[in-house]
Design a binder for this molecule. Structure first.
Ligand code: IPE
Ligand code: IPE
Ligand code: MG
Length: 254
């Protein structure tokens, strides 16, 4: 028997998503959740308090994504470059990601969210990988929304890891180099089933991708918003979608 899915919670102000046509709503939204450190600084708090404050923004946005009908949401939680931060901050982020996945997985499962880890295993804490794998297995049959948790993710790392795997398969004669296509390369990415990104959002005012979903975002619409991540909520997502709805996507066509 199919399990009963919980409806997303309403926004605390009771506001509803903008009324848009189905085709104006992106299928896959990617978010660079940026600005936690600056938010904390503005409050006179340590950087780690900014990361903590970002958790509720993510949860509200997941609910808002379901409300408006998005099918896939990718969030950048820790990049392959974030290892360059202080050992204390790296340690905090590892433990924090592990604990958030653990404490939120049942709630996300009830909402019908399928959690998927996207990233590199090398260097990532084993306890984080374990939590991610447990969350994946708990939510694997869910169909409402796929939430890609991008942890120890880097676009170049992903393409490099794919290139290595492709070269190995070619040496074992499992594939013919000349037969490779853009489609067959996606089988070697961290999440072969991930769809192309339609809408790419970054908070905090920075206008760069910082190595997020390079391959998948080739034709994404970019929306940069000034809000710092801990101040974001589903209205931030909906605002970006309204901007997206006004864009004309051409994919190279005239
Ligand atoms: C984003 O916030 C969270 C992570 C990168 C883990 P930052 O920590 O980058 O915050 P800022 O950019 O320094 O304000
Ligand atoms: C990108 O933000 C990574 C995440 C949000 C996880 P950063 O704050 O690390 O990116 P840069 O250093 O400003 O480019
Ligand atoms: Mg940042």
């Amino acid at each position: 028997m199919a399990k009963k899915v919980k409806q997303p919670s309403a926004h605390r102000n009771g506001i509803k998503p903008p009324k848009l046509e189905r085709k104006q709503i992106p299928n896959h939204v990617a978010i660079v959740m940026d600005g936690n450190g600056r938010w904390a600084k503005s409050q006179g708090l340590p950087r780690t308090a900014g990361h903590e404050a970002g958790e509720k923004a993510l949860v509200d946005i997941v609910n808002g994504a379901i409300e408006i009908g998005i099918k896939e949401l990718s969030v950048y939680a820790f990049s392959t470059e974030n290892w360059k931060r202080s050992p204390q901050e790296v340690k905090f982020l590892m433990g924090f990601n592990r604990d958030v996945i653990h404490s939120r997985r049942d709630e996300l499962n009830d909402l019908g969210v399928k959690i998927r880890w996207v990233g590199r295993e090398k260097r990532l804490w084993k306890t984080v990988v374990d939590e991610l794998e447990q969350a994946e297995s708990l939510t694997k049959n869910n169909k409402v929304l796929t939430l890609n948790m991008c942890i120890n993710y880097g676009g170049r790392a992903e393409i490099l890891d794919a290139a290595v795997a492709i070269a190995k398969d070619a040496m074992r004669k499992k594939i013919k180099p000349d037969a490779l296509t853009e489609k067959s390369i996606t089988k070697y990415l961290y999440a072969p089933l991930m769809s192309d990104v339609d809408l790419f959002i970054r908070s905090s005012g920075e206008q760069r991708t910082s190595n997020f979903l390079m391959w998948q975002s080739a034709y994404a619409e970019m929306v940069f918003l000034d809000v710092l991540w801990p101040d974001a909520d589903r209205r931030t997502l909906w605002k970006a979608i309204e901007i997206y709805a006004e864009r004309e996507r051409r994919f190279g066509k005239a």
